[in-house]
Write a protein that binds this ligand. Structure first.
Ligand code: ACO
Length: 434
């Protein structure tokens, strides 16, 4: 990766009367950064930033978020335009390669992904080994990691063509693994991929068709599925992407790295939030109970939070939430769902929270998860599958960021420091003296 960093002078840090010059770097858009790499060598001090709220861990040319404006760009293109005009596979090509594909490139990429959708037959034995009640995320995490045991021909990360094959395999096989995990969890037979279908059509077919009955693919539903995948494809250096980069920084193989991303995404503060949000909407139950829950969210002594509200980076409306709201209405309309109590509660809750000084002052707006649970459950997915769908889509972002990291000559193994506040040096105490 050619660097796009521009030098913008220096910042002066003064410690105990001694001054140090720290380089300032500018990017294309977004805040400038202060280079602290030499700080420890020069001053013997570390920076302290738990949760990395002020730390740029890398230069990246893939995704940009302006949290104050509520803007999300993939390779410069606004997410709203991609959701309206692109397809998931075209967006995947864009994220990985940096440019939208030409007609020929698009056909070639789609063919390549389509031709990698099947799983090695022995992977089937993994599924047989899982308990019937295993969470699909547990199966996804384990099976993705296990891919490295099957594709020895593409584990050399120094070889560009092997990296490409791994990228294609991961994008192509994630839906097959995800659908397989779903079918296993509900005791239905595995449905093989159908290469005559688009990425999203194929996924819906693998999830919802059964040998006894053909699944009629509704183009509006398939389009909504594709949009949902586009919206979740990348989000710059979020927790799971940073996990993938950190795992990859040691030279680990791509399947192991993506498995680490799946594991991180599973948490309720990250990918698990849409499941938590839908559960919360169901718990609220009726519109008249909303004030009670809003009051609880505002109560400092109550750990309850309004799920689907707030974001580490967005201090404005999450642009994905807007598209997701429209998609939710389109899907419910197409499916003829006129009475949706959870949607009614969501709309009212959004209205109340957006006018409440607590949420206004803290800049807490609905995030993408606020509506995604409603639409995914309308599409027929159980809550246990929500994060799995997110992982399928985010695989594109993870693998693009992993690939970018490997092309960046300035990258080193990720190794944060700490501020140690534990016990000082002391001698071992024998058991009878404790
Ligand atoms: N409901 C009520 N209060 C909230 C909420 C919420 N959903 N979110 C944040 N706050 C309050 C906090 O209590 C805190 O108040 P204080 O300053 O008085 O202590 C303040 O807003 C800042 O919150 P932090 O937790 O410090 O913000 P952070 O950036 O660390 O957290 C997070 C972001 C984790 C997303 C948080 O807003 C949250 O828990 N939201 C609900 C879960 C959720 O929807 N997650 C999905 C994220 S999007 C994604 O992963 C795709």
């Amino acid at each position: 990766m050619e660097t796009n960093i521009t030098n913008k002078g220096t910042a002066t840090l003064t410690v105990d009367g001694k001054s140090y010059e720290l380089p300032i770097y500018g990017g294309t858009i977004g805040p400038d950064t202060i280079d602290v790499r030499a700080l420890y060598k020069q001053t013997g001090m570390f920076t302290f930033d738990p949760g990395y709220t002020s730390t740029a861990s890398t230069e990246s040319q893939i995704t940009f978020i302006d949290g104050d404006k509520g803007q999300l760009l993939y390779r410069g293109y606004p997410i709203e335009q991609l959701a309206e005009k692109s397809t998931f596979l075209e967006t995947a090509y864009l994220l990985i390669n940096g440019e939208l594909p030409t007609h020929e490139q698009s056909i070639e990429f789609t063919n390549t992904i389509t031709n990698h959708t099947m799983l090695h037959e022995q992977i089937e034995r993994f599924f047989q080994g899982f308990r019937r009640d295993a969470h699909p995320m547990a199966m996804l995490c384990g099976t993705v990691g296990a891919l490295s045991a099957f594709y020895h021909d593409s584990l050399n990360i120094e070889d560009n063509s092997q990296r490409d094959i791994s990228i294609h395999r991961l994008i192509a096989k994630m839906p097959t693994i995800a659908a397989r995990a779903y079918k296993y969890s509900i005791g239905q037979p595995h449905v093989f991929p159908d290469n005559s279908l688009s990425y999203s059509e194929n996924f819906l077919n693998m999830c919802f068709s059964v040998p006894a009955e053909k699944y009629e693919i509704n183009p509006i539903i398939a389009d909504a599925m594709d949009k949902i995948f586009i919206l979740h494809a990348d989000h710059e250096q979020n927790a799971s992407t940073s996990t993938v980069r950190l795992a990859g920084s040691s030279g680990a193989n791509p399947y192991a790295c993506i498995a680490s991303g799946v594991a991180c995404l599973w948490g309720p503060s990250h990918g698990g939030a849409n499941e938590a949000c839908l559960n919360m909407l169901k718990e609220i139950g009726t519109v008249d109970r909303i004030p009670e829950f809003v009051a609880r969210a505002k109560d400092r002594n109550d750990p309850f939070r309004l799920m689907g509200f707030g974001h580490r980076v967005y201090k404005n409306y999450d642009p994905r939430a807007k598209v997701m709201q429209e998609t939710t209405h389109a899907v419910l309309g197409e499916l003829g769902i006129k009475d949706s109590p959870v949607l009614d509660i969501a709309m009212e809750l959004e209205k109340i929270a957006l006018n409440d000084p607590y949420f206004i002052d803290k800049k807490l707006y609905p995030n993408v998860d606020f509506y995604s649970g409603i639409v995914l459950s309308a599409l027929g997915f159980p809550t246990s599958m929500f994060t799995v769908l997110f992982a399928m889509s985010r695989t594109v972002g993870w693998i693009s960021q992993w690939n970018e990291m490997l092309e960046d000559s300035s990258q080193r193994i990720g190794r944060p420091r700490q501020l140690y506040t534990g016990a000082g040096l002391r001698d071992y105490t024998p058991m009878d003296k404790r």
